[in-house]
Design a protein around this ligand. Structure first.
Ligand code: SF4
Length: 356
C-alpha cells in the first residue's frame, strides 16, 4: 500500500505549503511557524472532543475570559466550571478539566508537561489529546489522529477495512507521514485538510495538495471511504421527571452523583431511565415528595451517545407542612445560571411551557 509516487517527505512538504496559505484562523491557534500557548491548546482540545469547532468557539472564549491562565482555572470553584461548561455535553470532561488544572498548577508549577508521556499522566488526557498538545504546543513529532485524520489517511492509502477495526492500521500509516520538521503545523494541517477539503461526503480533490498521491482518488472511491461497520440501533429509555415548586415559585433541583452520566451536574429529580415503561404507581413512588402530581402534555426527547431518552414531566406544588427534602430550591430566573445539562434545560422549558 503506498500513496502513489509521493514520498512521505513530499507529502508533508506539500501539506505544509498548503497550510501556510489556507490554514483556518481559530481562537486557540497560533500563526504557522509559531508555537501556541499549551493551556489554550489543551483547553481547546478537551472541548473539541465529540464537539464541533463552531460550537466550541464561544465556550473557549468564555473560559479564557474567566480563567486566562491554568492557575486561574485551578483556583475556580468547581461548580462555576460546571456551570460554564453546561450545554457542551460529555460532562466528565469538565470535571477532569478542573482536576487537571489543579494538578498542573499545584504539581507542575503551572507548566504543562512537554512530552506525550508526561501529558498522558494528567487527569482526562488520553492518547489523542496528549499527542495534540505535544505536537501543537511543543512541536513534538507526535502523530495526531482524530476523525478527520482517519478519513484522510483511509483515502490517501485506500484502506477499505471498516472503522473502528481499521483504527490501528490508520494510526500506523499516519505515523509513517509525521515529519520531524514543523510537526505541530503538520498536525494542524492534516486536521484542516480533513475539515475543509477531504470532507466526508464530497471531497474537493481538485483543491487537495495530496491529490497526486491519493490512492482513493485514483481508484474513484474517495467518497466511499472510510468504510464503517453499521452502527447498532440506539435503544430508547423512558423516565418521569418531577418539577416540584414551592409557594415562592422556586423549583427543586438536585446534584447528580459525580460518577456516571452527567456526573456532578444539576438535575430535575426523576426516576431512573430504563427501557421498560413506568407504571404510575412505580414512578410516583420515586417522586421527591408526596404531592398531587399532574402530567404536562407531551414529552421531551434527548439523544445521548448510546440511547434516546423520552421523558414525561409531572408538576406539583410542595404541600404545606411537607418534610424537608434533599436538594436546592432555585428561582426560575436563576435557572440559566445553574450547571444544568441540555436535557435538563429541555425539561425545565417543557415544565415552564416554553419552547426548548
Ligand atoms: Fe481526500 Fe481527495 Fe485529497 Fe485524496 S485527493 S486526500 S480523497 S481530498
Amino acid at each position: 500500500m503506498s500513496p502513489g509516487d509521493l514520498a512521505p517527505g513530499d507529502l508533508a512538504g506539500r501539506l505544509l505549503a498548503w497550510y501556510d496559505r489556507q490554514h483556518r484562523d481559530l481562537p486557540w491557534r497560533a500563526a504557522p511557524g509559531v508555537l501556541a500557548d499549551p493551556y489554550g491548546v489543551w483547553l481547546s482540545e478537551i472541548m473539541l472532543q465529540q464537539t464541533t469547532v463552531a460550537t466550541v468557539g464561544p465556550y473557549y472564549r468564555k473560559f479564557m475570559a474567566a480563567w486566562p491562565r491554568v492557575e486561574d482555572l485551578a483556583a475556580a470553584d468547581r461548580d462555576a466550571v460546571l456551570r460554564a461548561w453546561a450545554g457542551l455535553g460529555y460532562y466528565a470532561r469538565a470535571r477532569n478539566l478542573h482536576a487537571c488544572a489543579i494538578e498542573v498548577a499545584q504539581q507542575c508549577g503551572g507548566r504543562f508537561p512537554d512530552t506525550e508521556a508526561g501529558l498522558r499522566a494528567l487527569p482526562g488526557v488520553g492518547a489523542y489529546t496528549a499527542a495534540a498538545v505535544a505536537a501543537i504546543a511543543f512541536d513534538r513529532p507526535a502523530t495526531v489522529v482524530d476523525g478527520n485524520v482517519e478519513r484522510v489517511i483511509a483515502r490517501l492509502f485506500a484502506v477499505d477495512t471498516p472503522l473502528p477495526g481499521a483504527k490501528p492500521e490508520l494510526c500506523r500509516l499516519a505515523e509513517t507521514l509525521t515529519p520531524t520538521k514543523r510537526p505541530g503545523d503538520y498536525a494542524q494541517a492534516i486536521m484542516d485538510l480533513g475539515a475543509t477539503v477531504c470532507t466526508p461526503r464530497k471531497p474537493l480533490c481538485i483543491l487537495c495538495p495530496w491529490s497526486a498521491g491519493c490512492a482513493a482518488r485514483r481508484a474513484g472511491i474517495a467518497a466511499t471511504l472510510p468504510a464503517r461497520r453499521p452502527k447498532p440501533d440506539k435503544p430508547t429509555r423512558l423516565g418521569w421527571a418531577f418539577w416540584l415548586t414551592r409557594a415562592d415559585g422556586s423549583v427543586l433541583l438536585r446534584r447528580r452523583p459525580d460518577r456516571g452520566l452527567l456526573g456532578g451536574m444539576m438535575e430535575v429529580p426523576s426516576t431512573p431511565w430504563r427501557v421498560a415503561a413506568w407504571t404510575e404507581a412505580e414512578a410516583i413512588g420515586l417522586a421527591p415528595s408526596p404531592a398531587p402530581w399532574r402530567p404536562v402534555a407531551g414529552s421531551i426527547r434527548h439523544t445521548f451517545t448510546h440511547f434516546h431518552l423520552d421523558m414525561q414531566v409531572f408538576v406539583a406544588r410542595l404541600p404545606a407542612g411537607a418534610v424537608a427534602i434533599e436538594g436546592i430550591w432555585v428561582s426560575p430566573e436563576d435557572l440559566a445560571g445553574q450547571a444544568l445539562p441540555t436535557v435538563m434545560r429541555k425539561l425545565a422549558s417543557h415544565a415552564l411551557g416554553r419552547r426548548a
